[in-house]
Design a binder for this molecule. Structure first.
Ligand code: PLP
Length: 479
């Protein structure tokens, strides 16, 4: 491991990344490749050392043509997975340091940089001070919103019954979600060993998709009356399908009556609270136990960086801490430090804070707000085009930078479903943009999630032109 060799090769790697990003718009956003083709094209693992150039050549020959270019400005699928180049640099520094931050003692800088970051970011988002270490709570960076939900559930199970650690789950636990809640909650329930019977899907508010506080109250009371234990409720700020924002305040008020933990999943939309004009998305968050938002979706930071805050800084360690002899150390025993191993499922952990710090250092919080505002403004304009065009309709109202639309054939919902699907397939097959879909109230919907790091007005206009051309072709064919 020679630092001088590294210096030379790293320059080549950085050049490769810069060239790739500079030319990214030339690639089809979604590759058209057959399953197995990448494995077949890769060279066997070599017995002897090979020149590094050959690896870069293989990237060009095999990897890039089979890559979905999430960093393309014309990527509008799912939710974005921002990997801004400043975050790439921060990630490089973190990997270069190569720390293992499982405990304060194994890398004080890793732990305290993260504590500093989450405390400051809580302030920037407008979270109450009780979510900070300074205020008795605390935050951490998990690998994913899925992990954040899992550890929140484990903390909730522990609070509901500390006997859980010795006796395991009882089978009477109940977890409340809506039909729109991300599947990571159902997975957390499964991983925790609760079984799908523990998952209660609460009805939506009449005529909408948000979790209904009244239906929640009825479900929780009925369960409690039947001797079951309401353990956790998960409202979502910005559901995956439609960007729906659940009424967190009223949900939390209902949950509190039953002593249930409230975990807010704001994986995509929570970061919008950095902008004061969108801070209302956090309404009621002072009443919840845990709050998660992913920096690795829309906040310019490469996977993985899921921000999780709790109001009770002792809740996660109480649920998760296990200390084998070899991890014992005076700092941990002093109680004066945070050991992040107790806030997550794995033991080892990367120095994730550095890439987020690099992004904020380079752009400033003002730059982060400009990034979010730019996309929201583009989505507003795009939604206006959809509304004004008889070939399309909004499936649900625009939510921040997410627009959900359907094609209108004038020949009924099923014909609209088929046409909408065909339009999506045409756009994606063209390679010039990528959109994804969902089903809302049984109807097929195209989701346009504006949020890639370099997406600008010209890319959104080009997508609109593509959608219109595809709709013209599909409508003409179906006549
Ligand atoms: N929650 C919501 C609302 C999401 O939209 C997603 C992913 O899109 C997730 C959770 C899962 O995120 P992660 O990949 O960080 O686990």
């Amino acid at each position: 491991d020679d630092p001088e060799e590294f210096r030379a090769l790293a320059h080549a790697v950085v050049d490769w990344i810069a060239d790739y990003r500079a030319g990214i718009a030339a690639h089809p956003v979604q590759p058209q490749v057959e399953p197995g083709s990448v494995r077949a094209a890769l060279s066997p693992l070599p017995e002897r050392p090979q020149p590094f150039d050959a690896l870069l050549a293989e990237l060009d020959r095999v990897v890039v043509p089979a890559t979905t270019h999430w960093q393309s400005p014309s990527f509008f699928g799912y939710f974005p997975a921002n990997a801004s180049l400043h975050s790439v640099l921060g990630d490089m520094l973190s990997t270069g340091l190569g720390s293992q931050g499982m405990m304060w003692a194994t890398s004080p800088a890793c732990t305290e940089t993260e504590q500093h970051l989450v405390d400051e970011l809580a302030g920037a988002l407008g979270l109450p001070e009780t979510f900070t270490f300074t205020g008795g709570g605390g935050g951490t960076i998990e690998d994913s919103a899925s992990s954040s939900a899992l550890v929140a559930l484990l903390a909730a199970l522990h609070r509901a019954d500390p006997g859980w650690q010795t006796d395991g789950v009882r089978g009477d636990e109940r977890i409340y979600v809506s039909a729109e809640t991300h599947s990571s909650l159902a997975k957390a329930v499964r991983v925790a060993g609760l079984g799908s019977k523990a998952l209660v899907v609460v009805d939506p508010e009449p005529g909408g998709h948000a979790l209904s506080p009244d239906a929640l109250a009825a479900a929780m009371s009925a369960d409690a009356g039947a001797g079951l234990r309401p353990v956790l409720v998960c409202p979502t700020i910005g559901t995956t399908g439609t960007g729906t924002i659940d009424p967190v305040r009223r949900i939390a008020e209902v949950a509190r009556e039953h002593g249930a933990w409230v975990h807010v999943d704001a994986a995509w939309a929570g970061v919008a609270a950095l902008c004061p004009e969108h801070r209302s998305v956090l309404d009621g968050v002072e009443l919840v136990d845990s709050f998660c938002t992913d920096a690795h979706k829309w906040l310019l930071t490469a996977l993985d960086a899921s921000l999780l805050w709790v109001q009770d800084g002792s809740a996660l360690p109480a649920a998760l801490s296990l200390t084998p002899e070899y991890l014992r150390n005076p700092a941990s025993e002093s109680g004066a430090v945070v050991d992040y191993r107790d806030w997550q499922v794995p033991l080892g952990r990367r120095f994730r804070a550095l890439k987020l710090r690099a992004v904020i250092h380079a752009r400033g919080l003002e730059g982060l707000r400009a990034h979010l505002r730019g996309h929201i403004a583009l989505a507003e304009e795009f939604a206006g085009w959809v509304t004004a065009d008889p070939r399309f309709t909004l499936a649900v109202p625009r939510s921040l930078s997410l627009v959900c639309l359907r094609v209108v054939t004038g020949r009924g919902s099923e014909a609209d479903d088929a046409a909408t699907r065909q339009v999506l397939e045409r756009v994606n097959a063209s390679g010039s943009a990528f959109v994804s879909h969902t089903v809302v109230d049984g109807r097929y919907v195209i989701r346009v999630a504006i949020g890639a790091v370099t997406t600008g007005p010209e890319h959104v206009t080009a997508l609109w032109d593509q959608l219109c051309a595809a709709a013209d072709a599909v409508l003409a064919e179906s006549r």
